[in-house]
Design a protein around this ligand. Structure first.
Ligand SMILES: [Mn+2]
Length: 307
């Protein structure tokens, strides 16, 4: 049996009653450079033990009011075909409470499409923070490669907003330009304030269902060295938070899920901590915007001493 995993070392709520579901998906089959994304979920949850309950940006302790549940991981069975694994992932996510905010912890980026299809089947917009376009039709002979997830998603009709892109091939570059359903904000363009504001303005005007997929290599590797396929440049921590806050403050959208993928734990723990704190910010920003602070203090922290 797996050991019980927790976020902030808090007891897990009944998943049926949880406001936030945290799903570890330690799946790593197709990464081609640095290895270790399979250890991402454990490292993020371990780092979360070091976080305070209090979240300073929104001036509250979200888990006083909100219930969290870390679910059993979606394990990879080596006897499964790639399609078999992704079907299993789809099945697990489909059965989850659809009203809860789902935060999935990868694992490699190939896990995103089936989670989106299962948790947000009505369609919507995918906001992708990433160094790579991930828009190959297939790679190394597989549509399930971590170079392909955004192609799979777009083919199912979801709109796509890409942020921080700085590595792609010429076929991808052409496909992105030709498709009206995709907006790509290249990393270097975002150095210009008017492009940065155009991005935030687009996020601010979104409506309907939204899924945020955060490939940790979208950030500057100087801030987060622990990624599988690092690229120079990238978003700062604060830019990442501005993107998150713009989405959670937009009350015309319904944020359905977030995934945080491609983390490779690093010996300094800086990368692990950054990913863990990003999970905390998602919970805090989303929860505050949803008004959970107006609710009775019956969250995961109830009965837990805050030292
Ligand atoms: Mn990616």
């Amino acid at each position: 049996m797996n050991k019980v995993q927790t976020f902030l070392s808090l007891p897990n709520a009944d998943p049926a009653e949880a406001d936030v579901l945290i799903l570890p998906v330690p799946h790593e089959k197709t990464v081609t450079y640095n290895q270790g994304t399979r250890n991402g979920p454990d490292a993020i949850l371990a780092a979360s033990d070091q976080l305070e309950f209090y979240e300073e940006d929104k001036n509250w302790a979200p888990t006083r009011f909100m219930k969290l549940a870390v679910l059993d991981p979606v394990e990879t069975d080596d006897r499964q075909t790639p399609a078999g694994f992704h079907e299993q992932l789809h099945g697990r996510v489909k059965d989850l409470n659809n009203d809860a905010l789902l935060i999935a912890l990868g694992g490699e980026h190939s896990i995103t499409p089936d989670m989106v299809f299962a948790h947000m089947p009505e369609g919507g917009t995918i906001v992708q923070i990433d160094a790579h376009a991930d828009y190959r039709e297939s790679y190394h002979g597989s549509i399930y490669n971590h170079a392909c997830p955004m192609y799979r998603i777009r083919k199912q009709g979801y709109a796509l907003i890409q942020i921080g892109i700085r590595s792609l091939n010429s076929n991808e570059a052409q496909a992105l330009v030709e498709d009206d359903g995709i907006t790509t904000y290249f990393d270097r363009q975002l150095q210009h304030p008017e492009q940065w504001h155009a991005l935030l303005s687009q996020l601010n005007s979104l409506q309907g269902n939204v899924w945020l997929t955060i490939d940790m290599d979208g950030f500057d590797p100087a801030a987060i060295p622990g990624v599988g396929t690092p690229q120079p440049g990238g978003l700062s921590w604060h830019q990442g938070l501005d993107i998150l806050e713009t989405l959670t403050d937009n009350n015309a959208i319904r944020l359905r899920g977030v995934d945080i993928v491609e983390l490779i734990p690093d010996p300094s723990s800086v990368s692990d901590m950054m990913a863990a704190k990003l999970v905390q910010k998602c919970i805090s920003y989303w929860g505050k915007a949803q008004g959970f602070d107006q609710r009775e203090a019956i969250g995961s922290q109830a009965g837990v001493e805050d030292e």
